[in-house]
Write a protein that binds this ligand. Structure first.
Ligand SMILES: [Zn+2]
Ligand SMILES: [Zn+2]
Length: 291
């Protein structure tokens, strides 16, 4: 979560420059048009407008350029903090198995995050209070997740704005590496079953043959003779099987498609462990083989 979006900041900055430039130009041309050209030599009015441009427009443009560059600095700090938080949250999630005390765990996460920010050479001179100004005091580690929250203030490097700061909040959440707890799952007395996103049946046993993917290879030339265990022919996988004329392809016993690539997502299987009521609600029926 970020309270100040640098992309919008930069976009607004550019629009502001453009508007200002047009306004100044209009003012200048009005100023020029008031000069009676017959009486004033051409070079004189040219000189004056250049002087005005150099004295007024140039410093303003320079300041705006600094503002835009400052926008990039905010972006740089945010990117560094974000990747440091991600890294630290993941590391802390692993330590959660060994460290049971939430406070200690968060302290650990905070140290890792600060180290990573330092290592990434984030321009912390733009942060109010420097590296120490980035606080992770709002982080949480209760329950199954570790959430590291970094809060800091960006300084404005412009005159008249020295006292102004922009608060930025960023966070990263990781699930603790504590595994799943069978005791907790049984607590609500509800039976849990296994389902797959593409399947139609729920299974009592994760070892059920319908849940297992038995990948084997066949020659493309054999495909018109090979049938799946449901008795269906195999079609080309829309992701990887189109236009395959020769060689070997991958099929599964209960699959519908043949695949050219072993790493195709069509060959992977996601299994969810859900309460039986949820499976029924989602239109699954009991498996004929294991239920
Ligand atoms: Zn089954
Ligand atoms: Zn495929």
């Amino acid at each position: 979560m970020v309270s100040l979006n640098p992309k919008i900041f930069i976009k607004k900055g550019f629009r502001f420059i453009f508007l200002l430039y047009t306004k100044v130009n209009v003012t200048l041309s009005l100023f020029k048009s008031h000069i009676p050209k017959e009486e004033t030599p051409y070079y004189a009015h040219l000189k004056a407008s250049y002087t005005l441009e150099a004295a007024v427009v140039l410093p303003i443009m320079a300041m705006i350029l600094v503002m835009v560059l400052y926008g990039f600095r905010i972006l740089q700090v945010q990117t560094c903090v974000e990747s440091a938080l991600d890294h630290a949250a993941r590391q802390t999630a692993v330590y959660a198995k060994a460290i049971e005390n939430d406070e200690t765990l968060l302290l650990c996460g905070s140290v890792i995050a600060k180290k990573s920010i330092k290592k990434a050479k984030a321009p912390t001179e733009y942060v109010s209070g420097g590296l120490a100004g980035i606080t992770l005091i709002n982080s949480k580690a209760s329950g199954d997740y570790v959430e590291l929250v970094a809060t800091y203030r960006m300084k404005f490097p412009f005159p008249f704005f020295y006292k102004k700061t922009a608060t930025i909040i960023q966070s990263s959440k990781s699930r603790k590496w504590t595994g799943y707890n069978k005791e907790n799952i049984g607590e609500d007395d509800e039976t849990y079953v296994y389902i797959t996103p593409s399947g139609k049946a729920y299974h009592a046993n994760i070892e059920c043959t319908y849940l297992k993917l038995s990948i084997r290879t066949v020659s493309v030339l054999e495909l018109d003779r090979v049938r799946s265990k449901n008795g269906n022919i195999y079609y080309a996988c829309p992701l990887c099987g189109r236009g395959v004329k020769t060689g070997m392809v991958y099929i599964t016993d209960y699959g519908e498609n043949y695949h050219k690539s072993l790493s195709c997502s069509g060959l992977k299987r996601t299994i969810y462990h859900v309460p039986i009521s949820e499976a029924v609600e989602r239109g699954y029926h009991s498996c004929g083989k294991c239920y």
